[in-house]
Design a protein. Structure first.
Length: 309
């Protein structure tokens, strides 16, 4: 990676409407929730917040609507140590929305309206060519238009900026895009979507990782929930376990892992240590409710790791 230690995150911003339920409703069923809250989310924003709170020097490329909630989101992101100058306000669009149910096991189901996120076009990405080109790393997800993700990946690749892709939500991706990715972080479902290999065991994860290597990706990390992360980089091919905690809400656990992981990598941590740092951040996050409200600060992560020994 470059020595600038500058991180750029490109991605989505949502207002999350979260309802906690005893169990998810079946089709046609109405259930009463125990707790409702509105919090800021979106995979891009969640990962940006995780990186900002972890100590990264970060700029965020995104779009919000020309509404009050969009202005509130920008102010909140700025307070999380994020450069929001590349966050565009789009007149005539609403800020993205996510409707989230969380059951008593901490699992969630989510429906999304893209809103202003769909306005993050390749043309808007091109405006930030210099920002991406000068960064050490570019972190992206798939709640933004795929053609915009591809545009940003091309700029990064041409300028030796490390490209990290969290391929979520799961969808098919072109070999052209995958060939531009240096580090990929799918979960089991996303890995299956990309490789056709159902990931249930460590052997499955190893096979899926190999298939992604064949597409030109140097480092593959398949997140496996409570089992941790399967990591493969040509020399390492193993599962790195996470930390055991009592989960109350898994919203943004993966996003927190990604933001903290990339922060640790651009600081120069070894791959296994960076994964352990990401695990610690995610472990703290799942013990709290909400997306961004659950994301820990650097001091909390360091304290957690010191307590684990």
């Amino acid at each position: 990676m470059k020595t600038t230690e500058k991180l750029v995150v490109l991605g989505s911003i949502n207002a999350d409407h979260i309802l906690n339920l005893a169990q998810f409703p079946t089709p046609g069923e109405t259930v009463t929730g125990q707790h409702y809250q509105v919090a800021f989310g979106g995979k891009g924003a969640n990962q940006a917040v995780a990186a900002g709170r972890s100590g990264a020097n970060i700029s965020f490329i995104a779009c919000v609507g020309g509404d009050d909630i969009g202005q509130q989101v920008r102010q909140q992101l700025a307070s999380d140590n994020i450069d929001v100058s590349p966050v565009d306000s789009v007149d005539g669009e609403s800020t993205g929305v996510a409707l989230i149910f969380v059951n008593q096991e901490g699992e969630n189901v989510i429906g999304i309206h893209a809103g202003a996120n769909s306005a993050l076009t390749p043309e808007r990405v091109e405006k930030h060519n210099t920002l991406i080109a000068s960064a050490s790393a570019l972190l992206m997800q798939l709640e933004s238009p795929v053609e915009s993700v591809l545009t940003a990946a091309r700029i990064a690749h041409q300028n030796d900026t490390t490209v990290i892709l969290n391929p979520a939500p799961a969808c098919p991706l072109s070999d052209e895009l995958l060939a531009l990715v240096d580090i990929i972080t799918p979960n089991e479902t996303e890995a299956e979507k990309l490789t056709g290999i159902r990931v249930e065991t460590e052997a499955d994860a190893s096979k899926a990782a190999q298939k992604l290597h064949e597409k030109g990706i140097g480092i593959v990390m398949i997140t496996m929930g409570s089992r941790g992360v399967w990591v493969s980089d040509g020399s390492i091919n193993e599962r790195i376990a996470g930390f055991k905690v009592k989960a109350v809400d898994t919203i943004a656990a993966g996003d927190t892992f990604n933001g903290a992981l990339v922060t640790a990598l651009i600081e120069g941590k070894q791959l296994q240590d960076a994964i352990r740092f990401g695990h610690a951040a995610a472990a703290i996050a799942v013990t709290r409710k909400g997306a961004q409200p659950s994301v820990p600060w650097r001091e909390e992560i360091d304290r957690f790791l010191s307590e684990q020994g």
